[in-house]
Design a protein around this ligand. Sequence first.
Ligand SMILES: *Cc1c(COP(=O)(O)O)cnc(C)c1O
Length: 362
Amino acid sequence: MKESVIKVEKIKIEKAAVLKEKPSLDGIPFGKYFSDHMFLMDYDEGRGWHDPRVVPFANFSLSPAAVVFHYAQEIFEGMKAYRSPKGEILLFRPLENARRLNSSAARMCIPEVPEDIFIDGLKALVELDSGWVPSLPDTSLYIRPFIIATSAQLGVHASASYIFAIITGPVGSYYPEGLNPVRIMIEESDVRAVRGGTGYAKCGGNYAASMRAGIRAEKQGYSQVLWLDGVTRRNIEEVGSMNVMFKINGKIVTPALTGSVLPGITRKSCIDLLKEWGYEVEEREFSVDELTKAAEDGTLEEAWGTGTAAVVSPIGEVAFKDVKHVIGGGKIGGLTQRLYDTLTGIQWGKIEDKFGWTVKVC
Ligand SMILES: *Cc1c(COP(=O)(O)O)cnc(C)c1O
């Protein structure tokens, strides 16, 4: 890998002269409002990462030939800051995001960001914009760290310069009407990722390739796509941008991390909680045949997706080749609800954090 900075430079802070008006969180659309500041750091070959800084939120100015625009050399992360009942601001397992960013970076030939700069930059930004961390129930500040390749060059080579940025924005409750199960459709033609590809990396290109199936599913009244593996087209991988878990005959089954599945931090946290509660968790190959058979013989008790945005999203129906399989009577299951309550309880600092997952910002 390319060199990164050896010493941790002090983060410079430039405050915005005028602060924005904060939007109402009632029915606020996801990802359209941004806080007053952003974190930036530059990378140049020969120099490494340099000039970590928090500055007013503003547009970038880039060459139209920047590598990111042509060859999608880009990676990102998704996380949240939560306000506890005591008014503290908490992050959830931020080091996991730093590590995953660097795992994505290695796959995409992007220089790794030192973990301490990731964490310090994140904290400096969230602390400065702490007024943007909302306090209404189930609301949070969404955080989007990302790296783009900025060299002006049309040749297909890894960029010699990069920007690492973190932007944030307030998000409302993901479930304003309560945890309603979603209907999902198994996608049979498009695939999201293949082994050896970029499925395990959080890179923009994976998302560009997944949009068509998402639009098709929506047109048919489904809210998410359930992805099958790209080789056999028999094994289940993920749901939309969430990992997926099934409760079958009292046991938990989730697709193994084979390289084409994104290693979710919510997934990992659910597995830890489930094991702590005494459940057997099988991370393995799980075929669509096994799923439909379990749905038909009544052993499929619950199904849910996991991810930072939704935390835990109950699945009430799966459609495959025009056959609809209702799960748990289309209602949220007890274990899905327990996972949701426990994880959100820990994230918002409302229940004891036995695992030491939360990190206080201020
Ligand atoms: C980010 C992401 C997830 C969920 O990861 P979390 O760390 O739990 O938020 C799952 N699948 C895909 C494709 C993702 O991009």
